[in-house]
Write a protein that binds this ligand. Structure first.
Ligand code: AKB
Length: 327
């Protein structure tokens, strides 16, 4: 067995920064290389600039650091992706092809590829969406993730690459902000609530979406990547469920902790995207194959988010409301 040396693409994003920390704790700083087009805000691991469309640079980093595993997180998400559909397709697909081909050429032991609830569409069963069902994604991001799942399964079958994948729901985290997704409101809202600001939500108050707290997302990712190969029966991507809630339910939960928090609703183009996604997910394949089970529900996540974000925001600038209050 070779020493595990991990390369993360898109490491400066919402999941990448927390995943980096977890992998550094597990495998040591010297064995984790983080890459992105933007420098991360932390210094947890060695950083190298990498545009995932630059395959030669990817190949040379694999050689330079004797990489054995890749977590390929670089992608444009659902909302931002709609602003430039063709570039989103190019980045998400050619980025994946570069990783798959580099993995084949350089004998990479294992790859992680995140898929998403964005692969579901308005013909997908909405409640307890099954592992295998109708998929008619409404965004270029969703189309690219669904195609990506098929390519991962193909590379596994055809070339024996050990690729593993999860269909992440919306991820809620305090460590970093999401960038360009439809589920981002569920993170933004906490920042407003804690600063004492009013929040205008871009989704309707009754829009139910599958969500997950970041510690569960990281634990799911590491559990999947550590599971013995014979336990991985799904080589496209696994359905993954944490919790589901509407903006109204999240607001009510936040108000239990911050009673004078106020919101209103002004749906924009992201409403149609959210309306095409599922309410809840059946993740029994992940539970049965590699023992998945989430730890956090809406109540425990909200408490933990507020606690941790308060600690973080203490050092940040005060809100306008606070400045006026203090006059
Ligand atoms: C998005 O909203 O685009 C992402 C996702 C669900 O994949 N958070």
């Amino acid at each position: 067995m070779r020493i595990k040396r991990i390369l993360i693409t898109g490491a400066s994003g919402q999941i990448g920064s927390v995943l980096t920390e977890a992998l550094v704790i597990k495998y040591g700083k010297q064995n984790v290389i983080v890459t992105d087009i933007n420098k991360p805000s932390h210094d947890l691991a060695k950083f190298e600039i990498l545009n995932i469309l630059d395959k030669e640079r990817l190949l040379s980093l694999i050689d330079q650091y004797q990489i054995t595993e890749i977590y390929h997180l670089a992608a444009l998400l659902s909302a931002k992706g709609e602003q430039n559909p063709l570039f989103t397709w190019e980045l998400n697909m050619n980025g994946l092809f570069n990783v798959l081909e580099a993995a084949r050429e350089k004998n990479i032991d294992r790859i992680f590829y995140p898929s998403s609830i964005a692969i579901y569409g308005d013909r997908t069963p909405r409640i307890d969406t099954p592992q295998d069902t109708v998929f008619n994604p409404s965004t270029v991001y969703g189309m690219s993730k669904l195609a990506g799942e098929h390519w991962c399964a193909y590379y596994h079958k055809r070339f024996g690459l050990d690729i593993r994948s999860l269909r992440y729901p919306g991820i809620v985290s305090y460590q970093s902000l999401p960038g360009g997704g439809t589920t981002d409101y569920a993170v933004e809202i906490f920042h407003y609530a804690i600063k004492g600001d009013h929040y205008t939500c871009y989704l309707k108050d009754d829009t139910r979406l599958p969500m997950m707290y970041i510690p569960d997302a990281i634990r799911a990712t590491l559990s999947l990547m550590e599971a013995p190969s014979e336990k991985i029966n799904e080589r496209g991507s696994y359905n993954l469920s944490g919790m589901d809630f509407t903006p109204k339910e999240l607001v009510a939960e936040i108000q239990k902790n911050i009673p004078d928090f106020t919101t209103d609703y002004a749906p924009d183009f992201r409403q149609a995207i959210a309306d095409s996604w599922s309410d809840s997910i059946d993740d029994s394949a992940a539970r049965n194959d590699w023992g998945w089970s989430p730890n956090y529900d809406l109540e425990s996540m909200t408490k933990d988010m507020i606690l941790n974000l308060k600690k973080k925001i203490k050092t940040a600038l005060p809100s306008t409301k606070q400045i006026v209050k203090e006059l």
